[in-house]
Design a protein around this ligand. Structure first.
Ligand SMILES: C[S@@+](CC[C@H](N)C(=O)[O-])C[C@H]1O[C@@H](n2cnc3c(N)ncnc32)[C@H](O)[C@@H]1O
Length: 202
């Protein structure tokens, strides 16, 4: 989908409290965010569809028998994406990431998020991240792009391993997190209840 930069700028800026951005992510961010998707990836969940630029990058990498659920709170963005991306593997949902469990009943192989966690209340952030960890298959990743490293400690408290990288050719530069659920969870972090408590305390 060729998106009009001016239209994106106007609509992202108009909705800055939920978009947290003025421009689409760049191609470098798209590529880096999709790095953990391979032939064995069947179920992907995206948070923050926007105008669908990352959605399309995910679809390019997703196998033919894969499925992508994408969540977006802005109704206008949802309608645009539904009208412009026709792909039988894609399910576009006009609802918040915090409600993903109402729609996604399978275990997930990869989460891709560009929602602005810094603008979302802390309790909801922790709820989304904890539920995502629980829904993820072992040895799989929650990949996220953000403009700050705020919340990194929370992600580290919930996930078993987290690495970060910075993509400079984005405006502003984007911090990418790759947060992994390992097959044998880190014993120090223990059960889900403890993860929630640790993250909440940070
Ligand atoms: C920074 S924009 C990213 C758009 C696009 N994915 C990109 O990277 O260019 C963030 C998007 O997340 C959406 N959003 C914000 N809070 C959300 C939530 N709780 N659940 C789902 N989408 C949300 C916003 O409406 C916006 O479209």
């Amino acid at each position: 989908m060729k998106n009009n930069i001016f239209k994106t700028f106007i609509n992202f800026t108009k909705n800055i409290k939920t978009t947290g951005a003025m421009f689409n992510s760049t191609k470098s961010v798209e590529k880096a965010l999709c790095a953990k998707i391979d032939e064995s990836t069947k179920i992907v969940v995206e948070f923050g569809t926007g105008y669908g630029n990352i959605t399309q990058a995910i679809l390019r990498r997703l196998p033919d028998d894969g499925k992508l659920y994408t969540f977006e709170v802005n109704e206008e963005f949802v309608e645009t994406v539904k009208n412009t991306i026709q792909d039988p593997r894609l399910i576009v949902i006009n609802d918040g990431a915090q409600n993903f469990e109402n729609y996604v009943k399978e275990k997930v192989d990869c989460f891709i998020s560009t929602i602005p966690f810094t603008l979302i209340p802390k309790e909801i952030t922790i709820d989304i991240v904890t539920k995502s960890y629980a829904a993820l298959n072992a040895d799989r990743f929650f990949c996220k792009a953000q403009y700050s490293k705020l919340h990194l400690k929370k992600f580290k408290a919930i996930f078993d391993e987290c690495t970060t990288t910075t993509v400079l050719d984005n405006l502003p530069p984007a911090h990418l997190y790759y947060c992994k659920k390992t097959a044998i969870p880190n014993k120090m972090k223990g059960i889900k209840k403890n993860r929630f408590r640790i993250a909440k305390a940070l």
